[in-house]
Design a protein around this ligand. Structure first.
Ligand SMILES: [Zn+2]
Length: 202
């Protein structure tokens, strides 16, 4: 049986879980409200409707391909809707090349701006979450998001960091990420990170 909901900004397939019709409808409505807001925040135009699929073989929430969000509803808490903002940001930006920390930081940043929407697991950043030994790799998403927020505040007199950085990374060919940071802040990511850690752990 094929179970599909045609939304304005998404096409939601819940054929693997026909019993979850209500939840599918709620998520489609949620996505159709949030996706234009995501596009506005990152400064990109609407390209095409996103294929969202409840996939019993998927583990957790994952973006697969250029225009797909596949997730297993059994792996995501029934009250967590905000994960669609995170994954929707990945699909909207669809970078060809971007560091993991930056990609996840932007997606979490957008989610925080538009609504965390997971009452069972509230967002809380604590400086103790920073792992001083591992640089920008191996940090959790909340630390990356806080680092990006800190960069955004430092960039505020120049413009909107999320919009400008997204535009730079969407150019063809994309701007060099470290080149963008050095031009914007006068130093590369590793030095910015050290400065951030020093301030947060003061
Ligand atoms: Zn992600």
């Amino acid at each position: 049986m094929s179970c599909v909901i045609e939304g304005k900004y998404c096409h939601l397939d819940y054929s693997d879980f026909p019993e979850l019709q209500n939840r599918a409808g709620q998520l489609q409505e949620y996505f159709d409200i949030k996706y234009p807001a995501i596009l506005r925040l990152v400064g990109l135009p609407f390209r095409q409707r996103v294929n969202i699929c409840m996939d019993k073989t998927a583990c957790g929430a994952a973006k697969v391909g250029d225009n797909d969000i596949r997730f297993n509803p059994r792996c995501i808490h029934v009250e967590d809707k905000g994960f669609l903002i995170h994954e929707g940001t990945h699909v909207a930006q669809n970078f060809q090349k971007c560091s993991e920390w930056l990609m996840q930081a932007m997606a979490e940043h957008v989610r925080l701006e538009l609504g965390w929407d997971n009452p069972k697991c509230p967002y809380q950043f604590q400086p103790q979450m920073i792992d001083c030994s591992s640089g920008l790799t191996g940090q959790n998403f909340r630390v990356w998001a806080d680092f990006f927020k800190w960069l955004t505040e430092r960039y505020a007199n120049k413009g909107d960091l999320l919009v400008d950085f997204t535009a730079a990374l969407k150019k063809d060919p994309p701007d060099n990420e470290e080149g963008f940071l050095t031009e914007a802040f006068g130093k590369p990511s590793c030095q910015l990170w050290m400065e951030y850690v020093g301030l947060r752990l003061q």
